[in-house]
Each structure stands twice: as C-alpha cells, then as structure tokens.
Design a protein around this ligand. Structure first.
Ligand SMILES: Nc1ncnc2c1ncn2[C@@H]1O[C@H](COP(=O)(O)OP(=O)(O)OP(=O)(O)O)[C@@H](O)[C@H]1O
Ligand SMILES: [Mg+2]
Length: 321
C-alpha cells in the first residue's frame, strides 16, 4: 500500500517542527512546566497546527498520550450537540498516568456559529478542571471574544520558501527522488507556505516519475505555469484579443483548469507585470468583481473573456498616454 507522505513526514516532536519557532518555544515551556492554559491556534492550512497539538500531547503525556488526547472537528455536520456529547464523554473519566488534565483538540472552531461558540464556552468552563482545550481555526477574528480572552493565542504563519524547500529536499532524498531546483521552486510557488500542499504536490509528481521536473509539477498540480499566464496577460495588454483568447483556451484545456483556478492565477500574476501601479490596482479591482461572478455561478467563459477585453482596453489607454 502506498503511504501518504503528509502523515509519514508529520513531525513527531515539537523540535522537529519546521519554522514557527516562537510557537514551538512557548509550547515547549508548557510541556516542561507540565501545565497548560486553553490554547487558540490560528493560521492558514498546512502550517502545523494539528502537528503541534499532537506533538505537545506526546511530550506532556508520553506513552499514554492517546488516552489523554482527543481530536474533534467542530464543523461536524451532525452539529455542535454531537461535539459536546463527545467532549462530555471524554471529560467524564480521569486523565491516565501522571497528567492532571486531558487535552481536547477542536479543529475548525471558526466554523461554529456565535451561538454554538457560546455553548462551547460554557462547556470549556464546565470541564476546565480536568480538560484543556486547544482550538484550531484559520481566522481568530471569527472566534467570539469571551473564548479568545480565555485562551493563549498562537498565530501560525505560512512557512518560508527556504524552509519548505529544505524539507522537500529531505523527503526527496529519503524517497530516492531526483528533483531539479526549479521544480522545487515551482512547488514553493504552488504551495504558498502550505506545507501539506507542498508535500502532496511532491508525492503526486513522484508517482509519475522519480525524476521530478517543473513540467511534471505543473501538470499534476492543476496549475498553469506562471510564465504562460503572464504571456496570456501580456498578449491581451498588447491589444491582440483573438490571440489572447486562444491562449486562454489552450491553458484551460491543457491543464484542465476551471474558471476559478485560472482567475486565481491571473490575480497572482498581475504583480509581475510591467505596468503602472495604478493600472495594476484597476485590474485587481476588476478581477475581484469577475472572480465573484464566477464563484456565484455565472458563465466563466463570458467572464474570463470580458476580463481579457478589459485588459485590451487598459493596454490601449496605456499607449495613448
Ligand atoms: N511546520 C511544519 N513543519 C513540518 N511539517 C509540516 C508543518 N506544517 C505542516 N506540515 C506538514 O503538513 C501536514 C499537515 O500539517 P497540519 O495537519 O499540522 O496542518 P494544520 O495547520 O493543522 O492545517 P489545517 O488548518 O488544514 O488543519 C503535516 O502532516 C506535515 O507533513
Ligand atoms: Mg489541522
């Protein structure tokens, strides 16, 4: 059976966690002291929130960490009542071993409505003698104030390019892969600081070939090469609408991209264009509008072509100045 690399390469201890140095140090000091307040982990996907929670539990509880740690998903489709039921059941029994408390890790806490969060807050208070909560969310602003003020807040950052590259190199070596430097850069570009995405991209590419190249990376990532997107935008800005339209077709077919995929990439590429700042701002404004329409379900071809048409017009104005 094929192993999933994101699990195989999940750091087992706090000191193995990549980046997030301040967070790791603070968590290590909790584990030394043997005590813990409630924690709130906020930050983007794939940056180590779940990893750190599990590693902390292992350091606090040792061999019996599984008995004293439970991971629940707050956005359980059966509702907060189910979650509270599970919390109650887990909190009912005393911690195993030397620990004086258990840890409840609650993922996607920001998916809860404010009312459900208020109920959660009462649950946290009720069991605070025997349980510590670690809440995980993408945006701490979506967590109600009374919960935030009861937790020590930890902000996870997207991982740095060099850190992602270093980790990927270790994995590549361990898996006997050959990977080019620009293929590593491509993964970094795709992942945007999300280590889970980076490792997954590498594994999917490696399933095609042990010789990983940029082409394989972009083919398997469902993303066009940034140079090609840039070329598309430059063609439109140069005034050649029909050529730009053909390029757009080719990109979408070749990489199997949806309107939403391509608009995200276009948005990112504006920053690389050699056009005045004010034009970039206008284009980004327009792109936001078009992305919204596509997400809301309007015809993506019509929307994307209207963006290309807009680019042609912007290009025309630019040359008249
Ligand atoms: N800081 C990190 N150091 C090393 N590996 C990491 C790090 N962050 C993430 N990873 C890798 O990505 C995988 C997923 O990470 P994790 O589950 O910790 O993400 P998360 O922050 O909880 O994301 P989500 O918000 O989606 O739950 C890990 O198993 C590991 O392989
Ligand atoms: Mg997680």
């Amino acid at each position: 059976m094929k192993e999933i690399w994101i699990e195989k390469y999940r750091p087992k201890s706090l000191k193995e966690v990549i980046g997030q140095q301040e967070i790791v140090e603070r968590l290590q000091s909790y584990s030394k002291s043997g005590n813990l307040p409630h924690l709130l982990f906020a930050g983007p996907a794939g940056t180590g929130k779940t990893t750190c929670a599990i590693a902390l539990a292992k350091e606090l509880f040792g061999d019996v960490w599984r008995e004293n740690f439970v991971e629940l998903n707050a956005s359980d489709e059966r509702g907060i009542e189910v979650v509270r039921g599970k919390i109650k059941e887990f909190a009912r029994t005393a911690p195993i071993g030397e620990a004086s408390f258990k840890i409840i890790f609650l993922d996607e806490a920001d998916a809860l409505t404010p009312e459900a969060q208020a109920a959660l807050r009462r649950t946290m208070e009720r069991y605070s003698k025997t349980c510590r909560f670690i809440l995980s969310c993408n945006y701490s602003s979506k967590i109600i104030e009374p919960i935030q003020s009861r937790c020590a807040v930890f902000r996870f950052r997207p991982l740095k390019a060099e850190d992602v590259k270093k980790y990927l190199k270790i994995i590549a070596k361990n898996e006997s892969l050959k990977i080019t430097e620009d293929a590593l850069d491509a993964i970094v570009h795709i992942a945007q600081g999300d280590m889970r995405k980076a490792i997954n991209s590498l594994q999917v590419a490696a399933s095609i070939s042990k010789d990983v190249t940029v082409d394989i990376i972009y083919q398997t990532a469902g993303m066009a090469r940034p140079e090609e997107v840039k070329h598309l935008l430059e063609t439109a800005l140069a005034g050649d609408f029909m050529a730009a339209r053909n390029l757009l077709d080719e990109l979408m077919v070749q990489y199997g991209l949806s309107g939403e995929d391509i608009i995200k990439q276009i948005h990112r590429t504006f920053f690389d264009l050699q056009i005045p700042e004010i034009e970039k701002v206008r284009l980004i404004d327009k792109t936001g509008e078009i992305e919204f329409r596509i997400v809301e379900g309007s015809n993506e071809r019509i929307q994307l072509e209207s963006l290309l048409a807009h680019l042609v017009l912007v290009g025309k104005v630019g040359t008249n100045d």
